[in-house]
Each structure stands twice: as C-alpha cells, then as structure tokens.
Design a protein around this ligand. Structure first.
Ligand code: ZN
Length: 504
C-alpha cells in the first residue's frame, strides 16, 4: 500500500474499532438486561440502549468516515484480495446499507417492532391471532419498504436475508431447503412407522440443578470453552454474546425434570462461544475479527451440539460421568437406552423443542410462509390456515391452537423476516464442515470416545474461526469443503445415524 493509503487505512480502522467498543457496551447492557436486570429497571435500560444505538449509528454514517472509505476503495481497487481491501470492502458494504435506509423508516421499524412484540405477547397469551394481525400487516409493509430502500440482486427477500446472511441469495438457499424437505419428510415418516422407539421418560426423571450445572460446565470446558475468557449464566431464553476479544458470555436455563434443555443448550451456546473465542483477537473491531454470518455462527453451535454432543462416542466418554453425577436418575439406564433417548426423532409442534431431523421442517415452513407474505401471495389473515396446512403436510400434525402454531415465535413480531433460514443454513453447514473434518482428520469418533476434542477444534479454528469475515459464507463453505451449500451431508448424517437406531 502507498504510504498515504496506509495512514488513511489506519484512521478508518481506528474509527471502526471505537465504534465496535461502543457497540460492545450496548451488548453488555443487553446481556445484563437478560440475566440480571430487575424488571423495574427496564425503562431506564431502554433509554440507555437507545442513546447508545443512536451514537453508534451516527459513527457509522459519519461523512468523513464515509469519504475515507470511498477514497480507500478507489486506491485499493487493484488489489482486491489484499487484507486491507477486504476490510474496506466489508466496511463499505455495511455502511452503505445503513446510509440507504431513511431515518424515518428506521424509526418506524423500531417502533413497530416494540408494538409488534407487545401485541404478539398479548395475542399469544389469549390465543388471539386477529389481535396481532394488523401489526403483522404493518411489519410486512415496512419490510417491503426496507427491501426497496436497500435494493436487491434478484428478489425483495434477498435484501432481508442479507441482513443476517450477507450476500446470500434466495435462489441459492431455496432449492437446497427444498431438496432437504424431499429427503426429510419420508425419512421422518419411516422413523414414525418404526416399531422400535426410544423410552424418553428417563430424560424426565429428577436431575438436581446443581449437578446439572456442574456437569454442563465440565462438558463445555472439555470441548474447549475457555472459562477464563467467558462465563455461563442463567436466563429465560438462552443466547451467546461476545462482549469483547476475551469476554464471551453464554447462558442457559435449567429444568429439574428434563435433562436435555440445559445440557444440550450449553453445548450449543458453547459452540457459539468457541467461534467467538476463536476469532483473531488482534483484529477485534474490524470485519477481519468478526463472525461471517448467522448461518456460519449457527453451524458452529449445531456442530458441537448435534454432530459431536449427540454422537455415540461422545457418550462413550461422557456417560460414565453422567451416571456418577445423576446416580438416582441414570444408575439403571444402559448407555444404549440413554443414547437412543437423546437421539429421538418425533414430529412436534414447537420449533425450539424439535429434534435434529424435524427441526429443519419447522424452518422450511416459516421460510416458505414469510416469502409468500412478502411477495403478497399470502395475506396475513390467511396465515394461520396456511401454517396449519403446512404442518399437516410436512410433519403430519396440526396445531390445536394458534398459540402452539403460528404465534409461537417472536421473530415476525420483532420485524425479523429473513432470519429463520439461517437456522437451517447452520445445520447444513455444520454437517458439511463436519464431514470435511472427518475426511481430513480421519475417524474423529475415536478421539471423542477418549474425551479429546482438540483435533476438531483446531481444525475449525484453522479453517473457519481465524478468517473472520475474510470470506462470505458461500466462499467459505466452498473453500473449506470444495463444494457449495448442499443438503447431502446433513441427509447422509441423519440416515447413517437414525437407520440403525430405528432399524430402517
Ligand atoms: Zn444458536
């Protein structure tokens, strides 16, 4: 880089880093809100967060910053693949999107999200979809406006998907999810029809919370979560957030009468945490130090939760420890019976409780419905009916009411349209990455059985974590696995695992 360009680049990085520090303060407020805040403090917290969000937005749209980015883009146009050029390109992309949205629209979206969530909560409580419908209609209208303001390569949904999965296209994701559905529906049906079914009541015995807490912490540490650079706390709706280069917060919830929720929840969030802890510390605050997309983030959590944590070999290592921690609940349960129970596949109504196979069908339903809403092919008033029809079609069950149907998720009420597919992208990428890791590292199962997760973690660090946003999600998966997004590895994983269990 020429000398003046180097100086300019440093200035831009400095600005971006300070903005990131400010954003991390807001993240900390968010973490506190969801784990510690007394309910009466919510209003003042909203004032604090809104003020900071405004200041952060100002820093992004700052004209001097914008001018510097433009200048750098021009002078780095010859060296597209240089690290600095990638950083500038990603910053420019993020900034352009923020500049394109008129302030009135941003405020209206924020206001509608608050009102929408209130209306949704009330509607869900009373099982009263019509009470939520006007807010949903308004949200869809605003999201259309947002898509038009942002612009899109092919269809309006692209613009909304891009918020969570940058540079991904509906035309790329749609057919892969469609393929997944074609494979999964018959697989789930044959599992349902199998005469062999697990006894899941063993997972609903008494599991003292204190022992669960210790056991989950040991497992998170065993897979590599660094508790000197992170914490585990209790919350209602578990999440993971990176507050800084050496401060990653994960959360969970405990049920004394259900083993899976906390344990697999912690593995999931610790998987997110391992990604955060694997991002290059020295790049903090720059795109080169940030996660690629929600789909890639979710691939890391799902990989540890399902591909590792629900593998037989993981439990070869872990089950004797589990029996030691929960002698009353698991003392008389054989490892095979336990493994079958945690691997259960059963169509259910609620997405967040779904197993690793049916989960993606829940996502597909939402993906199809939200696209139809956005395109105007489906009216909000007809949504509950369309929802129930698809549940019958894909999962063979019909929700008895809207509370357990169309009103179960917060996303649409909060304006999060285009978010759902990232969950399935996470599952697909996880299976792709895992299959590739096995191809390169040999039989990972053997190391799991010995409680050694280091080879896999090192591989993920090397192939994925350390690159930050060097590559887009599509580029990364292509680069790491030699192919684009594909349903095949996930389908293969589920067939290989469920076949012997269910005697298919
Ligand atoms: Zn997650």
């Amino acid at each position: 880089m020429p000398k003046n360009t180097t100086g300019l680049f440093e200035e831009v990085c400095q600005h971006a880093r300070r903005t990131a520090v400010m954003a991390s303060i807001n993240e900390l407020l968010g973490w506190d809100e969801r784990t510690q805040l007394p309910s009466a403090g919510a209003e003042h917290r909203a004032d604090q967060s809104t003020l900071l969000a405004g200041l952060i937005h100002q820093r992004w749209i700052d004209e001097k910053f914008g001018g510097q980015i433009e200048e750098l883009s021009a002078s780095l146009s010859e060296e597209k693949d240089a690290d600095a050029a990638v950083v500038v390109r990603r910053l420019k992309r993020q900034r352009d999107k923020k500049v394109k949205l008129p302030r009135t629209l941003v405020e209206e979206l924020a206001r509608t999200a608050v009102l929408g969530q209130q209306a949704w909560q009330e509607a869900r409580r009373n099982d009263d979809f019509p009470a939520f419908q006007p807010l949903l209609e308004r949200t869809v209208e605003l999201k259309r406006e947002q898509a038009e303001a942002l612009g899109y390569p092919q269809c309006p949904y692209d613009a909304l998907l891009d918020e969570f999965e940058p540079e991904e296209l509906t035309a790329n994701v749609g057919p892969v999810l469609e393929k997944l559905r074609e494979e999964l529906v018959p697989l789930v049906t044959s599992i349902q029809q199998s005469g062999r079914q697990p006894d899941c009541s063993v997972l609903h015995r008494k599991f003292p919370v204190e022992a669960q807490d210790r056991f989950a912490r040991e497992a998170a540490a065993a897979i590599g979560f660094d508790f000197s650079r992170g914490r585990l706390d209790v919350t209602t709706h578990p999440f993971c957030c990176g507050l800084g280069p050496n401060d990653c917060r994960i959360t969970t919830r405990f049920y004394e009468d259900f083993f899976n929720a906390a344990f697999f929840g912690v593995l999931h969030e610790a998987g997110h945490g391992l990604y955060e802890q694997g991002l290059p510390v020295e790049q903090y605050g720059l795109p080169s130090g940030e996660f690629v997309s929600l789909g890639i983030h979710e691939s890391q959590s799902r990989l540890w939760e399902n591909l590792v944590g629900r593998s037989r070999e993981f439990w070869t290592y872990c089950y004797p420890r589990a029996q030691e921690k929960f002698p009353a609940a698991l003392g008389d349960v054989s490892p095979d019976d336990f493994f079958f129970a945690i691997s259960e596949v059963r169509p259910s109504l609620i997405r967040v409780e779904a197993d690793e196979a049916t989960y993606n069908l829940h996502i597909l339903i939402r993906f199809e419905l939200e696209r139809a809403l956005l395109d105007g092919d489906l009216q909000a008033a007809d949504l509950p009916g369309a929802w129930n029809e698809k549940y019958q079609q894909y999962l063979g069950i019909t929700p008895p009411n809207d509370r357990e149907g169309v009103l179960q998720d917060v996303h649409w009420s909060a304006g999060l349209i285009g978010y759902f597919p990232t969950y399935s992208l996470g599952n697909l990428y996880a299976a792709q990455f895992f299959a590739q890791a096995e191809a390169e590292l040999g039989n990972l199962a053997e190391s799991f059985a010995e409680g050694d997760f280091r080879p896999l973690l090192d591989w993920l660090r090397e192939k994925i974590h350390r690159h930050g946003q060097r590559y887009t999600a599509s580029e990364l998966v292509e680069r790491v696995t030699g192919r684009g997004l594909s349903a095949a590895p996930l389908v293969e994983h589920l067939r290989t695992k469920m076949g012997p269990l269910y005697g298919l």
